[in-house]
Design a protein around this ligand. Sequence first.
Ligand code: E4P
Length: 217
Amino acid sequence: MKFFVDTADTDAIRELTELGMVDGVTTNPSLIMKAGRDIKEVTKEICGITDGPVSAETVATDAEGMIAEGRELAKIADNIAVKVPLTWAGLKACNVLTNEGRMVNVTLCFSGNQALLAAKAGATFISPFIGRLDDLNLDGMELIADIREIYDNYGFETQILAASIRSANHMSDAAKIGADVATAPPDVIKKMAQHVLTDKGLEGFLKDWASTGQSIL
Ligand code: E4P
């Protein structure tokens, strides 16, 4: 499973990219607002940090507007994936931008039917939002499983990009189901390394080592 980092914080992207942990980046208007930077300037910087797809989201609500914004965002760098919402207009824009040879990430997906339409429209990525479904006491992970089944039934090549990831468990669950990509905030990616038994075990080893009086270097 590929890891995308879901942030417009360039320091965090740089740190994870240098560790080889990042295969791409996703942003959205809220993350751009959080970064407090100009969308084109910060997106260009991100595209210089990673060679992988960098999702930049359109904000128009009509297809023509999304297409125009998508073309403009795609000028930033070759690795831009234009992000459009899963509306009828978004599907139309996806189809046009895909036919122009651009990567398109269809976002805000909350049902198997929506994912099916995105694949028919030629999306490069479909972004089902796990956490926002869980927030409503629905099962976000079940949606990932449904989309995996639907896409595998028909050999759709649209990549399932598990989004709205809120915990380390979401990452392993998405990987078990077979999501192609998961995008998560930097702190969630770091939390994947944590285990209480690792901390406890290390503490014990270091205590015993100290009592030997030895040093390795
Ligand atoms: C994905 O592309 C979105 O930017 C993101 O995962 C949304 O996550 P949230 O529901 O935590 O805001």
